[in-house]
Design a protein around this ligand. Sequence first.
Ligand code: UD1
Length: 430
Amino acid sequence: MNEILRIRGGEKLEGEVLVSGSKNSVLPILAASLVVKGRFFLRNVPNITDVYFMISLLEKLGIEVSWLPNNTLFLRNNGLKSNDIRYSYANEVRSSVLLLAGVLNKFGSASIMLPGGDKIGPRPINYHLAFFKKLGFEYKIHEGYVEVHKVKSEPKKLRLRFPFPSVGATQQSIIYSSSSNITVNLENCAVEPEIIDLIHFLKGCGADIEVLNRTIKIRGKELLANDYVFDLPGDRIEFLTFTLLGALIGRKVTVSGVQRWRVNNVLKKLQKLGVQIKSVDDQSIEIKETRKLNNFRIVASPYPGFPTDLQPMMAVLGSKVESRGVLKDNVFPTRFAYLEELKKFGINYKLLKNGCMILRSTTLIPAQVRALDIRTGAALVLAGLTAKGESEILDSYHLRRGYDSIDIKIRNLGGSIYFIDTALDEIKIF
Ligand code: UD1
């Protein structure tokens, strides 16, 4: 299906939105199902294509997965049947690389497509491979895929310091170590809330994991689930996407479904910039349109820093800045390709070394643009809803990868936004 997103912007939004379960929590937890024997349930699973892709991969590897009502997934692991993860859609979802942990843990060898995912700059997996190398594995990179196999017995204990707090490499190492026979000390880890969620899930299956600042200590053991039920928390990036939407064009928008500690780092920053945010309870806030944002300098960095995933959307709110706002990204320093698309809405910017400067642009104009990845897609939605008139977003499938029912949620707030099948649209016109 060739789908676009059509938006009629310019309406002020009002009402309440309840965000869905966290994409970046559910994907690693699904990957961790490979190392947990038995049956378990995941509740509050978001309906997004990245989850569907991941489920297909799990099924190929021998996990039984079924959808139950109310966004619940049932999973049963009675043993894996394959160590080959070379499916074309494996490189669609970045998190598929996390399947390496479970497969290597069970078979001692694996072949996996080199991961794809968002086009947000280089996304190597050398830290993941360095971890496996320390455990006695060797790897060979082929055209499009990597082969990993055990050549030496593993040490009893391992200490590893990551060069940078990588979310993926931290998750990979936790999943592998938690069901191994060794004790692992990981230093300079990423500690994003989604990593804490993975640890909670694994602990519920018996894992022995301690977290102290950026150090994570894991004593490996057999992991079992006996009809274990795990509730996925709300998606903090989706929560913050709607927060920024409220700050752009909200008459009064209530966003709920995420515990405050997960988003406080960003909410405090936004309040400092003049965004009107009122706390309703621990899981909800109320936001109104911000007329003028204070000049800012935001540097995206590992949690608890400003999330890199929110950086493209911040550029849209940045158009309301008093005179100028600087955006930099320490996590993905070249994540600024989206600015070319935002420019079509009349957002003014200047490129800086590893960053940009957003200049005040009072009125946005409608545009036809292309989503480059999930978060660029979200930034374009924010700009399209702000610009008065009809905008179109091509390659809108990226939004379906990471946002559950974004169109319906926005329509419930009074916005006009529809996924259109372009083939059908043509039939309608002629
Ligand atoms: C995850 C998130 C993504 C988010 C990102 C940063 C998922 C599915 N994705 O991506 O939404 O934008 O965290 O919060 O949860 N690096 C290396 N070598 C490696 C691994 C990483 O050099 O082996 C570098 C990367 O190029 C990047 C930085 O480390 O510059 C951080 O990457 P990482 O935290 O691993 O991002 P992802 O796990 O891919």
